[in-house]
Design a protein around this ligand. Structure first.
Ligand SMILES: [Zn+2]
Length: 217
């Protein structure tokens, strides 16, 4: 799942208009922002499947710190708590915690059964395997993205050209990355995947900039 997560981040603005889109993006993508770092540190592992013709070329062999449900709840509590300490807004803190958890729920729909409940080799693993259906994945993920984007556009107005054009640059870059993931060649190595994963911070920075140049309706 890629743009589906960002779609949820866009849509969450309607529920919590005082949270910047950038912060919402960090929350919904928190697990996937953590994951490339843990890969590079050799704490979590994944391999590239070869020759399966699968639209999802990565085998997530173990990622208990970033993607086990128990740890996800810990990250959600931490994320919400830090936001509450800084901003003293309990509603926004709860929404951000839920955004962190939403990542696991959306991943659960598409992933093969590789999402653990808790860290440790004994944990059962879950995934409803929507990735096996190319069109099913595209429909669900695209649907979440478009719905979220429409909600964001209805909840905010561009203050200036940066708020207007910036939003379309952000949307365009997300769609280009998603298309490259779907139709591009399989990645050359997991190291390349991890470094590319860190580039997602660009979307976060862009989102802060766009949101700063839009006002809440
Ligand atoms: Zn994920």
């Amino acid at each position: 799942m890629f743009i589906g997560h960002f779609g949820l981040g866009f849509g969450a603005k309607k529920a919590a208009s005082n949270i910047s889109l950038g912060t919402l993006f960090i929350a919904v993508q928190f697990l996937d922002l953590l994951w490339p770092v843990l890969l590079l540190l050799d704490i979590e592992h994944a391999v590239i499947k070869s020759g399966t013709g699968h639209s999802q070329p990565i085998d997530f062999t173990d990622y208990p710190v970033s993607h086990s449900l128990v740890m996800v709840i810990v990250w959600a509590l931490l994320f919400g708590s830090v936001y509450w300490i800084i901003k003293k807004n309990i509603k926004a803190a709860v929404i951000l915690g839920l955004c962190v958890i939403s990542h696991w729920v959306l991943d659960l729909i598409v992933h093969l059964p590789d999402l653990p409940l808790y860290p440790g080799s004994g944990s059962p693993k879950f995934g409803f395997e929507l990735w096996n259906s190319f069109w099913g994945t595209l429909l669900v993920e695209g649907g979440i993205f478009i719905t979220g984007l429409v909600l964001y556009m209805r909840s905010t107005n561009a203050k200036n050209n940066q708020g207007k054009i910036g939003l379309w640059i952000l949307v365009g870059l997300l769609l280009v990355s998603h298309t490259a993931n779907l139709f591009g060649p399989p990645p050359p190595s997991m190291n390349a995947v991890a470094w590319a994963g860190n580039l997602q911070w660009l979307f976060v920075i862009l989102a802060y900039w766009v949101d700063h140049n839009r006002s809440v309706v």
